[in-house]
Design a protein around this ligand. Sequence first.
Ligand SMILES: C[S@@+](CC[C@H](N)C(=O)[O-])C[C@H]1O[C@@H](n2cnc3c(N)ncnc32)[C@H](O)[C@@H]1O
Length: 291
Amino acid sequence: MTAAALAGEPSAIYGAGDLGSAEFAVVAGIMQSDARIHLTEAKKTLVHSRLSRRLRAHGLASFRDYVRLVQADPAERAAMVVSLTTNHTHFFREEHHFDHLRSTAMPWLQDRARHQPVRIWSAGCSSGEEVYTIAMCLLGEDPSAAAWLRQGDVRLLATDLSPPVVEATRRGVYSASIVEPVPAPYRNAWMRRVGNDYQMADEARALVTARVLNLFGPWPMRRQYDVIFCRNVMIYFDDAAKAELEERFVQMLAPGGYLYIGHSERLIGPAAARMRSCGHTTYQKPAGSVA
Ligand SMILES: C[S@@+](CC[C@H](N)C(=O)[O-])C[C@H]1O[C@@H](n2cnc3c(N)ncnc32)[C@H](O)[C@@H]1O
């Protein structure tokens, strides 16, 4: 839908503050092209509520005017995309992945770290709870168990489309209620109290690099990754986008590496045939794989 097409529609059919189907179609088209996020009409109420804040911020009375603004202003277009992302996350979410990480992936990573760099990626990291959960699992409950990390070249990359959540990941500061799911030994070892909040310890933050990255843009990383977490992100994409992303993840994984996806997700594209299922929503790229 173009601005000209919208201009042909009588404003009288939209009450101020209503999100008409034409405007919704423009918003959905932008989400699809810029983030591959697939919005169906079922999401209209959610879109209405989130974009109402953007309308108010710009002093606009109608979605029609807001859509015109978005079409004319790339910065507002980007802000709209960010405002329509869902950033729900928490520490130790889907704990079975962290059990698998500690019991199965970690011995392999520790062995690798003796000879080569180890790279782990939280793709769609939101505000960082996922990547710091990974960091705490690697660091262990007792700081003396973290020697292998200090001696090796181990780095965790956390990326997200949304700049505010990437900034929150960099800060690594969380309220007491957010920190509640973190078992006490990890909290005592790797978090410190700052006023009413908790900050991730320097050693945990030093492992993590947080970057803004659209998963459907170029990936600047030069080497393959040993572990990729991409959980509760692909649910927002259509099947073609999921299959494309899965293929890129499989190529990005080192042979023997692990991919963790969200509890309601499964690999659906041709990439599934190249991965070995090794637990609920947990996959391994076979050690002999070439790509
Ligand atoms: C529901 S959160 C999941 C956070 C975490 N992985 C977890 O499972 O708790 C989904 C995240 O994916 C990000 N996201 C959505 N589309 C994206 C895209 N095209 N590129 C990068 N990140 C995207 C959102 O900004 C959001 O922070």
